[in-house]
Design a protein around this ligand. Structure first.
Ligand code: HEC
Length: 117
C-alpha cells in the first residue's frame, strides 16, 4: 500500500477503533516519545522489557531526579496507575506533556502491547 494511503487511513480511522488494537493504541498514545525496541531511547526511555524493570534505571537515558530516585519495579499495577495519572505515582516526573488516560479499557489495551496482557 502506498504510504500516503496508509497515513490517510490512520488519520481517518476513528480513535475508538485504534484504541481496541494494542499496537495501534500504543502508537496513538505513547510512540511519539517511546520506542519498544531494545535500547532505543527517544524523548522518553525505551519501553522494551519495562515490566520487571526498576523505575528510572534504563541505561543511557537521563531520567529526571524524581524518576531516577524512585524506588520500585514496574509491574502491571504501577504502570496502569502511571499512565492514568503520572503525578500520582512519581511526583516531579518529566513525562510531559502527557494528558493521562482516564479510560481503563484503553489503558489495559496499551498494557497488553507492553506485555502485561
Ligand atoms: C510527550 C512524550 C511522552 C509521551 C506521550 C509518553 N511518555 Fe512516557 N516518558 C516520557 C519521558 C520524557 C519520560 C522520562 C520521565 C522522567 O525522567 O521523569 C517517560 C517515562 C516513562 C516511563 C518510566 C520508564 C522507566 O524506565 O522508569 C514509563 C513506564 C512510561 N514513560 C510509559 C509511557 C506510556 C505507556 C505511554 C503511553 C500511554 C507514555 N509513556 C507516553 C515521555 C512521554
Amino acid at each position: 500500500m502506498r504510504p500516503q494511503l496508509t497515513a490517510l487511513i490512520l488519520l481517518t480511522t476513528p480513535a475508538l477503533a485504534q484504541d481496541d488494537d494494542p499496537q495501534l493504541a500504543f502508537n496513538n498514545h505513547c510512540r511519539t516519545c517511546h520506542s519498544q525496541d531494545e535500547g532505543d531511547n527517544r524523548l522518553g526511555p525505551s519501553l522494551h522489557g519495562i515490566l520487571g524493570r526498576e523505575a528510572g534505571s534504563h541505561e543511557g537515558y537521563a531520567f529526571s531526579d524524581a524518576l531516577a530516585s524512585a524506588d520500585f519495579t514496574w509491574d502491571k499495577e504501577t504502570l496502569d496507575a502511571f499512565i492514568e495519572n503520572p503525578d500520582a505515582v512519581v511526583q516531579g516526573h518529566g513525562m510531559k506533556p502527557y494528558p493521562g488516560i482516564a479510560d481503563p479499557k484503553v489503558r489495559a489495551t496499551i498494557l497488553s502491547a507492553l506485555g502485561a496482557g
